[in-house]
Design a protein around this ligand. Structure first.
Ligand SMILES: Cc1ncc(COP(=O)(O)O)c(C=O)c1O
Length: 380
């Protein structure tokens, strides 16, 4: 079946007990057993398995073209659980423009457990080839990145990584693209992670994360960790993400249409020194973006000529577009990464330009959005 059909139906059957068409919110922590150690269909305890969560996990696996899906209580919980696949002393290679929270987890927490990280520019696959070491167990890519929307060539990097004798795992954070725009597993990745808080949920009403894998052996390790560590989502949040996913293709097309319309305006604005959008002609990796993504997505970043003060002024002057962290919801959001989402990178090699503004373009009327951003830029 095609993606749009899978988004509505995958992993979801009418309820066997009563025919409910929408997956029920199985708000239960435990399950009656038919005898000691005789659980029905493997349901013993909801940290281990829950029917609403399972429907979401199977839906995510189908959308990413993977064998198996696992849902988590946040994108960071998904990331943390995946990093527990590697051994103390291992080397991990990560992009130098990953989400600030990912950098914080790697740099401030996991280093303390003996992991060695290199944050490199993965937009050039050669940098990956040069930095791989005999100790490398995992490569972490985010593409497009948050907040600079840089693109890494997944297929080229997978080719390099798979030649490595230790078979390190190639992980792709597919949050910005979503499975509607990009299929990292088909391009050679081993693991995909998502913050389902963003486009998959799509309505800014739930925090969640996901991991999708190709191979059963990796899935079994992660399912063990999911249960042992316990960073699982509740059934209500799983229901909300499942419901959001049903409209993902429709929303993503509108996000991209609106974003392209705003990019046209912003790219020639005299107060903006640089615009970042994966499908814009000025983007340094536009050709790769067009090869591995269906459309340019709904995120735009731009740098104000006037630096930090102008960026803050624009972000504080929009009326329809809400000043807030997060992204990927139906409503448009604006923020200044250096002072908000990426504050944790201040003073590090990952620090972002203080004049950078990030826009999550929603699905409102594009003329209304343009009028709002125009009046905000006039004030900056
Ligand atoms: C690309 C990316 N990955 C991971 C995360 C973390 O997800 P969560 O906030 O759901 O923990 C975020 C959050 O903004 C993100 O933008």
């Amino acid at each position: 079946m095609e993606f749009e059909t899978l988004a509505v139906h995958a992993g979801q059957e009418p309820d066997v007990n009563n025919g409910a068409v929408m997956t029920p919110i199985y708000q239960t922590s435990t399950y009656m057993q038919d005898g000691v150690g005789k659980a029905r269909a493997g349901y013993e305890y909801s940290r281990t398995k829950n029917p609403t969560r399972l429907a979401l996990e199977n839906c995510l696996a189908a959308l990413e073209g993977g064998g198996y899906g696992l849902a988590f209580s946040s994108g960071m919980a998904a990331t943390d659980t995946v990093l527990r696949l590697v051994d103390s002393g291992a080397h991990v290679l990560a992009g130098n423009d990953v989400y600030g929270g990912t950098f914080r987890l790697f740099d401030k927490i996991l280093r303390r457990y003996g992991l060695n990280f290199n944050f490199i520019d993965t937009t050039d696959p050669e940098n990956v080839a040069e930095t791989l070491s005999p100790q490398t167990q995992l490569i972490w890519l985010e593409t497009p990145t948050n907040p600079l929307l840089s693109i890494s060539n997944i297929q080229a990097i997978a080719g390099i990584v798979h030649l490595h004798p230790n078979h390190p795992l190639l992980v792709v954070d597919n949050t910005f693209a979503t499975p509607y725009l990009q299929h990292p597993l088909e391009l050679g990745a081993d693991i995909i992670i998502h913050s389902t808080t963003k486009y998959l949920g799509g309505h800014s009403d739930a925090v969640g994360g996901a991991v999708i894998v190709k191979e059963r052996v990796v899935y079994e390790k992660l399912a063990f960790l999911q249960n042992a560590v316990g960073a699982v989502p509740g059934p209500m949040d799983c229901f909300l993400v499942l419901r959001g996913i049903k409209t993902l293709p429709v929303r993503m097309d509108r996000h991209a249409e609106n974003a392209a319309f705003l990019v046209d305006y912003l790219s020639s604005h005299p107060k903006i020194s640089r615009i970042m959008y994966p499908f814009h002609r000025s983007h340094p990796q536009v050709q790769i973006a067009k090869k591995q993504m269906r459309n340019g997505g709904g995120m735009i970043s731009f740098i104000m000529q006037g630096g930090s003060a102008s960026a803050v002024k624009v972000a504080e002057s929009t009326k329809l577009i809400t000043l807030a962290e997060s992204l990927g919801g139906v409503e448009s959001l604006i923020e200044v990464p250096a002072a908000m989402t990426h504050l944790s990178t201040a003073g590090s090699q990952m620090a972002v330009d203080p004049g950078l503004v990030r826009l999550s373009v929603g699905i409102e009327n594009k003329e209304d959005l343009l009028a709002d951003i125009q009046q905000a830029l006039d004030k900056a």
